[in-house]
Write a protein that binds this ligand. Structure first.
Ligand code: SD4
Length: 332
């Protein structure tokens, strides 16, 4: 019987002999790829979660093509959603917590590892801009609650009044009658915008902003402002962002995991699928759970996957801006 060391050596030799032709193949494909323009390789590309990603992508594309950086694009893009009066899951018009107070979470990240986030934030119209200021103007990554609000004031960002939007006020009144103060998990309540983008030079950035799960406990923070959970970006590999029930996404460091799986060779689609399988394996029941990921890699390839049907995302590339239905693990 060969001992373990001999076995390992033999295996390595065998691997090397099959690796040689594969390496030649890689070389060919690298050369072939070099001939492709950035446009053919799928860059630039902007992806964002849900239907409201369409107008957000429009703005991001406009910023990028107007000479803005990919970071400017992902910030300006999601600002459209933060102001959308019809969106009850992003921005100050979103659904409140169970005390009737709207609290916002947001994060932003560049492919070089710079990142910033805010959580449990009140009265600020553009939490994504405040997250960027945390990244660029403080030595920190994350500011929360009153500290984040004070930072907004010190940066000259006006505080808005705390009156609920008409849509949110109506839903809050209904919820109070029906639910006896229990935080609800409702698969229809997911509308967070997460956006990832790559420019024609391969620079990546991402953003994520939300009012969080509707009627949550006061003080609850979801995945969206947690770097690695709701958003992760690495210029060497790619970027991913998440939507859905934040608790399930935080437990598996979802967006970081998508990027790490791409680093290990998975395509964005394969990585999103594996992470949703991991999420499912970590939970005894997926009753009422929706979660979804979108991802892009260095070459501008992209993918998406969700726990259940209903998740869609907007893709803007040289062919235009389309809404795509994601595949899912469950059938309903
Ligand atoms: C959260 N992930 O706070 C967010 C909610 C969400 O689409 O994605 N809604 O858990």
């Amino acid at each position: 019987m060969p001992d373990r060391r001999t076995f390992i050596r033999k295996s390595l030799l065998a691997a090397a002999s099959v690796a040689a032709p594969a390496a030649a193949g890689n070389l060919l494909s690298v050369k072939a790829k070099k001939k492709l323009s950035a446009r053919d390789a799928g860059r630039p590309l902007i992806l964002s979660t849900w239907r409201h990603g369409i107008p957000a992508n429009d703005r991001a594309w406009e910023v990028l093509h107007g000479g803005g950086s990919i970071l400017d694009a992902v910030e300006e893009g999601v600002k459209v959603t933060e102001l959308d009066p019809d969106n009850l899951s992003v921005g100050l018009q979103g659904l409140p917590d169970r005390e009737g107070i709207v609290t916002l979470d947001a994060s932003i990240m560049k492919g070089d590892g710079s990142c910033g986030s805010v959580a449990f934030l009140r009265q600020v119209m553009h939490p994504i801009t405040l997250a960027r200021k945390v990244m660029e103007k403080t030595p920190h990554v994350m500011l929360v609650g009153e500290g984040a609000r004070q930072f907004a004031i010190s940066e000259g960002m006006p505080l808005e009044d705390e009156e609920l939007s008409p849509g949110a006020a109506e839903r809050f009144e209904e919820w109070k009658k029906e639910t006896d103060y229990r935080p609800v998990i409702n698969i229809e309540n997911h509308d967070t915008i997460g956006m990832v983008g790559i420019d024609s030079n391969g620079n990546l950035a991402g953003s994520c902003t939300t009012s969080g799960v509707a009627f949550k406990m006061h003080g609850r923070v979801g995945d969206s402002p947690i770097i690695g959970a709701g958003l992760y970006v690495d210029d060497e590999v790619g970027a991913a962002t998440a939507t859905g029930l934040g608790e399930t996404i935080i437990r598996i460091c979802g967006s970081f995991l998508v990027v790490e799986l791409m680093r290990q060779g998975r395509s964005p689609q394969e990585a999103c699928e594996e992470v949703i399988r991991r999420l499912a394996a970590r939970h005894d029941s997926l009753n009422g759970v929706q979660a979804g990921f979108i991802a892009v890699n260095k070459d501008g390839e992209y993918g998406a996957y969700a726990v259940r049907p209903g998740f869609n995302y907007a893709r803007y590339n040289h062919r235009g801006n389309d809404l795509i239905d994601s595949q899912s693990l469950l059938e309903s």
